[in-house]
Write a protein that binds this ligand. Structure first.
Ligand code: 5CA
Ligand code: ZN
Length: 412
């Protein structure tokens, strides 16, 4: 699919450090670097409602990672998917009487324009699952062949195909190796997040769906498996494998994807290749609004597009989101935006008097680099800029450039 346009990212003199990033699987910080390049797979939207601030916060976290990597001189390879066929999309399309393809297309377009508005660096490959149905079917056929995929009969269709978690356990993955969760928690989360632990005929209630045979009235594709459509986790496993030739540096997404989604994407990749999906499993915290996680199903959304229509400067939206650390769960309030607006005005006044500096590297640039490379500490980075300005330091061209390159906020 078409991605969105790339914002200008200036380069800062010198290079920044390789970032350290928190890894869910080991519960600690890890150096995020394979070699001279870094690869990133971030789970994309299910396009049935427009970009809310929770989505924006998650994509902004990985945008910050990309910016830090670029500043460290790394070649960055970035892939993102679109879940453009799945139950929630079909349910919304049916409920509103809109064709599911039109719904997906319109929401993806809105997402692209919101990402552009926020100056978020696009992935090089932006891939809808509907573009890779054959690849998914081939992968599921391979799992069937190796005995890791198995058939589960259904009353109203051909057999569905499931993933045998126990048979897949090996060196690169076993159940729990990504999430570290106990079985009871997994059972609860599976039921809440698209799994079907109650389905009869499965070898283990936790085993996830790989392929859903065609049902009357549902979209389906011809494939080596017959007519049907992909399960959710195999979609991301196959897109990550198709576009990255080796274990990726970082697999990212919101923390609602820790289990089952990233656990089983990792399991599927390990079963297909014998290699781990990622070196680091990274998760952004959940943004709440009015006391609950911001989500399409609850309807408590604050949309990026609506804030922009109401006159919010996209740079202030960016600063408001960056004022919270990406790993914390937090609640959006109007005060986030008004504080960010005031900050943007103060920074802009300071930057208007930008002057060339003699210093080899402005100390603010070093501070920003160090702060961000430590698990993307954006709230501290913003405070360091505030303190620099409050101390009366002049605006050097390097510092203004660094704020643009690393924080994505162009002041002049
Ligand atoms: N299509 C799948 C991933 S393959 C999906 O989860 N789509 S989504 O539209 O529901 O979410 C898109 C991204 O935003 C995911 O990374 C998800 O974890 C993240 N996300 C969703 N809600 C929030 C929230 N309230 N706060 C932070 N991130 C969120
Ligand atoms: Zn995903």
């Amino acid at each position: 699919m078409k991605s969105w346009s790339h914002p200008a990212v200036p380069s800062i003199p010198g290079t920044g450090p390789i970032p350290q990033l928190f890894d869910t699987a080991t519960g600690g910080l890890k150096r995020a670097c394979s070699n001279s390049h870094a690869s990133l797979y971030v789970c994309g939207i299910t396009p049935y409602d427009a970009t809310h601030l929770g989505h924006a916060a998650t994509y902004l976290a990985y945008d910050t990672l990309v910016r830090v990597w670029l500043d460290a001189g790394m070649d960055v390879r970035y892939v993102q998917n679109i879940t453009d066929i799945d139950d929630p999309l079909l349910e919304r399309a049916n409920a509103t009487g809109v064709d599911w393809r039109e719904l997906a297309e319109s929401q993806v377009q809105l997402f692209r324009s919101d990402m552009e508005r926020l100056r978020i660096i696009p992935p090089q490959h932006y891939v809808g699952v509907t573009e890779v149905i054959d690849d998914v079917a081939d992968a599921v056929a391979q799992l069937l062949q190796s005995g890791i995929g198995y058939r589960v009969p259904s009353d109203d269709a051909d057999d569905d195909i499931y993933f045998d978690s126990a048979a897949a356990a090996g060196v690169a993955w076993s159940l729990g190796s990504e999430s570290g969760l106990d079985r009871d928690t997994m059972l609860t989360l599976s039921a809440e997040r698209g799994g079907d632990p109650e389905r009869p005929g499965k070898r283990d209630p936790l085993d996830p769906l790989l392929w859903r045979a065609e049902r009357a009235g549902e979209p389906a594709w011809d494939s080596v498996l017959g007519r049907g459509r992909p399960g959710w986790h195999i979609e991301c496993a196959v897109i990550a494998l198709d576009r990255h030739e080796e274990t990726i540096t970082v697999n990212g997404g919101g923390s609602d994807l820790v289990f089952p989604h990233h656990e089983y994407s990792a399991g599927h990749v390990a079963a297909l290749t014998g290699e781990p999906l990622a070196e680091i499993y990274s998760h952004a915290g959940m943004v709440a609004y009015q006391g609950e996680k911001m989500s399409k199903s609850l309807g408590n959304l604050v949309l990026v597009s609506r804030l922009a229509q109401e006159g919010a400067d996209p740079r202030a939206i960016r600063l408001a989101l960056l004022s919270e650390h990406y790993r914390s769960d937090w609640e959006w309030t109007d005060a986030h935006l008004s504080r960010a607006q005031a900050r943007l005005e103060a920074w802009s006044r300071w930057a208007a008097a930008v002057e060339a500096s003699d210093a080899a590297v402005d100390p603010l640039v070093t501070v920003l680099r160090e702060t961000l490379s430590h698990d993307l500490e954006t709230p501290r980075a913003l405070e360091r800029v505030d303190a620099h300005i409050a101390a009366g330091a002049p605006a050097s061209a390097e510092a203004v450039t660094a704020i643009d390159a690393l924080l994505g906020v162009r002041l002049v």
